[in-house]
Design a protein around this ligand. Sequence first.
Ligand code: PLP
Length: 369
Amino acid sequence: MAIDILPRRCLRGVTPYSPGKSIASVQRELGLKYVVKLASNENPLGPSPRAMSVYRRAEKQCALYPEGASPQLRQAVARFHKLNADCVVVGNGSDELIRLLCEAFIEPDDDVVVSQYGFIRFRQQAALMGGRVLEIPMVDWTHDLQTMAMAASARTKIIFVANPNNPTGTYNSEEEVRRLLDAAPSSCLVVLDEAYCQFAAQWDDYPKSVPGLLKEYDNLVVLRTFSKVYGLAGLRVGYGLANPEILSWLDRIRMPFNVNLPAQQACTEALRDAAFVRRSVALALSGRENLSVSLRELGFAVQDGATNFLFARSPIPGRELFKALLKRGVIIRPLDEYGLSEHVRISVGNRAENRTLLGALKQVLGVAV
Ligand SMILES: Cc1ncc(COP(=O)(O)O)c(C=O)c1O
């Protein structure tokens, strides 16, 4: 029998977010033992061992609810960034914070400015709130911040910028970001999602947003995550930094216990493990360099970028490449959901994973190994 109950109008065209395929699902579906996942920009070193030892100790407390606002982790993040604790909010991944920002600030028909190939979750979440999403074309696969600023009006609630961007891997300089912040209406939030900032920090012109820009601009929100350089994607923790007044709205509407207890404790320790972060960045950058050269030799047009993944135009359609690699136990990310049928996104793995990828690519593309 057909069901007469309709969801909200703005939900009717929504399709579920399509995450990278998991290792377990590929093993199940294709009966493969060894599967390499280079689809979600995780850390090939695994998690910080120091964070994991705290995680294991926390298991004894798992009968108890965590502290709702993650106060210990908030304090640790605040100290790490030389901010007050009320400038920090902790979320179930930075993804939760994207959602909370949209839920807290976007009324139906408010404008939200995003970039053409900017991180897809921004436009998806804004649309869920009934926002009018203005998609500004990229220039050289990079956010065009000047045009994005010009598109913002008194009706605009949020300008979303991923810096560096997923999936294109490019970043905007401090000068460009400053110009955007200067031009944006004061009634509009500028959200800088810096999920991959550690991989871009070696470039002198990469913005020093925290505490620098944050202290200067009251409408700036910076998002960070433990999922990438800290190797803790499975724990689901991210944080937002902004003016306390803005964050107080997110705090009011987040789930009461949004971050679980072992995750709060492990992430507090992860922040102290600077050596692990350095190793992770070094591995990603050297792997990125080597993989770019090899992919170019195989006919890929690899975009220069500043992340732990590569964005490249493939010699064969992206989905075809994805399927052919999957059969050989390698998971990459096709980008059809962005309307990019010729491109793929490939996370930089460890040496063995990158070797497996290249071997599989040579087979698929018919290159002599
Ligand atoms: C730009 C960007 N922002 C946010 C996220 C979400 O990260 P989290 O795992 O913290 O929810 C991702 C994940 O891929 C990302 O690429």
